[in-house]
Design a protein around this ligand. Structure first.
Ligand code: PLP
Length: 464
């Protein structure tokens, strides 16, 4: 398997080089040259696999034996040993047409752990085997930062710097990042929003001289390995459903910010998993919902919401979907991204809009609907949703009522007690969350200014 860029200007490269490159060197996103097709026979053979073994089966189609099978097995088994559920990602039935896939049983209580525990171990493996310098740089709307730091803290040969928007992440998210005392971790709290943080990171990754001098590595969903790791649980959820129930195909509802998790579902669908529709759930930052319904991709005013991990206007992975929407024509993608940069919007024609609507459903969930959903599911099922998961559930109800849907639970409610309390619900925190409140914090607060951030990085990272 070779990998190329959505903008077509990166020479074909292998799995590990794609992992290390992160953002494509031409500013595009890396994608496999061809997507492997999973036959229904293979899918049937995967029926009895544990999540770990399913991950090995999927990854072996993408890694070109660049990682020996025994090593890959060790990496995968080590990565999920710390999850609190024996099934790693349990599937819970709420009613005949609605299931919840709980992705939050990892160390930082959000779905980001699924990919980032593995990526942390994979970085440590590559650092050791290939003697590479690994300087991770990422932006977070809250959960990626915590999960990435947890994945690499204290690991030899790895430094990690995470930018988060100052006072725009939840209290628990902030504590999970800033109470880590290992010397290989630097937290920068930037006075701006997530799009500002992500914008600065993207500029630094696009500056090839800087990127190569400081060996910058990505953990955001611009990294294809993160997308791939997440695609595995779509297969896993499907295979957990009773055969009779899933016969007509399955819908997935996905709380969406950077379009990463939902693009992982799209990849699974293109590999051949019988997915009917991917339902895109947003909060008031609804650029993606408007894209699906109006055929126009255009950022709008930024809103702070109860689901801060989805407070994103510029969704990095949108470009990966655009590539497939343009029938894998990289020149066309490059041209449209140029146009987007110049005009701040993209419009899609009738045929494209039909295609978009056949792939996706969409619903934008406002604050009141989010809290009402949390309350309703607590009353009806005694099930406590976090505000992101609640957006997914509300979208499933609005878009696919009574059609078989798996809704992804992307975080544990303890991470977002601010919203839960507004519903008049008092929750008890898991021990690992409770103990955060007594720990000292370590972070540097900075203005939203690229030069100040670069100064911190240059001091922190070993260079050539
Ligand atoms: C990151 C995150 C999302 C959004 O995921 P994307 O891959 O950015 O679309 C949704 N919910 C939670 C809890 C998250 O942490």
């Amino acid at each position: 398997m070779k990998y190329t860029s959505t903008r077509g200007k990166v020479p074909a490269c292998g799995f590990i080089d794609t992992f290390l490159m992160g953002l494509g060197d031409d500013g595009g996103l890396m994608i496999p040259a061809t997507i492997p097709a999973i036959s229904s026979q293979t899918l049937a053979e995967w029926q009895r696999l544990s999540f770990q073994d399913l991950m090995l089966a999927v990854f072996s189609l993408y890694t070109n034996d660049e990682i020996p099978a025994e090593d890959l097995k060790d990496l995968v088994y080590t990565s999920y040993a710390g999850f609190r559920s024996p099934e790693v990602l349990p599937l819970t039935k709420l009613n005949d047409s609605l299931y919840i896939l709980e992705l939050f049983h990892g160390p930082t209580f959000a779905f980001k752990d699924v990919a980032l525990q593995l990526m942390g171990n994979l970085y440590a493996y590559v650092a050791k085997k290939q003697n590479k310098v690994i300087n991770i740089l990422g932006a977070t709307s809250g959960d990626t930062g915590a999960a990435a730091i947890s994945g690499v803290r204290g690991k030899e040969g790895i430094q990690i710097c995470i930018l988060h928007p100052h006072e725009k992440v939840s209290r628990v998210q902030e504590l999970q990042m800033t109470t880590v005392q290992d010397d290989n971790v630097l937290n920068l709290s930037v006075k701006g929003n997530f799009d500002d943080c992500q914008g600065i990171i993207k500029e630094l990754f696009a500056d090839l001289e800087f990127k190569n001098k400081y060996h910058l590595r990505a953990i955001n969903s611009i990294n294809f390995v993160r997308i791939l790791a997440q695609s595995v649980y779509y297969f896993y959820a499907y295979l957990q459903l009773p055969e009779g129930v899933r016969a007509g195909g399955v819908n997935f509802s996905i709380p969406t910010g950077n379009f990463g998790n939902i693009f992982s579902g799209y990849l699974a669908k293109r590999m051949g998993l019988p997915i009917n529709k991917l339902i895109l759930a947003t909060n008031e930052n609804n650029i993606l919902q408007r894209f699906v319904h109006d055929g126009i991709y255009m950022p709008d005013k930024f809103h702070s919401t109860y689901s801060p991990s989805m407070d994103i206007q510029i969704a990095s992975n949108f470009e990966r979907y655009l590539y497939y929407l343009c029938d894998e024509d990289a020149n066309e993608v490059a041209e449209r991204m140029e146009r987007f940069k110049a005009e701040g919007r993209l419009e899609f024609n009738e045929a494209e809009r039909e295609k978009i609507l056949s792939d996706f459903g969409a619903h934008s969930v406002n604050g009141a609907e989010c809290l009402n959903t949390i309350q309703a599911y607590k009353d009806r099922y005694d099930y406590l949703l976090d505000p992101h998961t609640a957006c997914g559930i509300a979208a499933a109800e609005a878009d696919r009522k009574d059609k078989l849907t798996v809704s992804l639970a992307t975080a544990h409610p303890a991470k977002f007690d601010e919203a839960i309390r507004l519903c008049g619900i008092k929750q008890s925190f898991p021990e690992a969350v409770r103990e955060l409140f007594d720990k000292p914090q370590r972070q540097v607060v900075l203005d939203n200014n690229k030069e100040d951030i670069v100064e911190q990085l240059v001091r922190f990272y070993p260079a050539d």
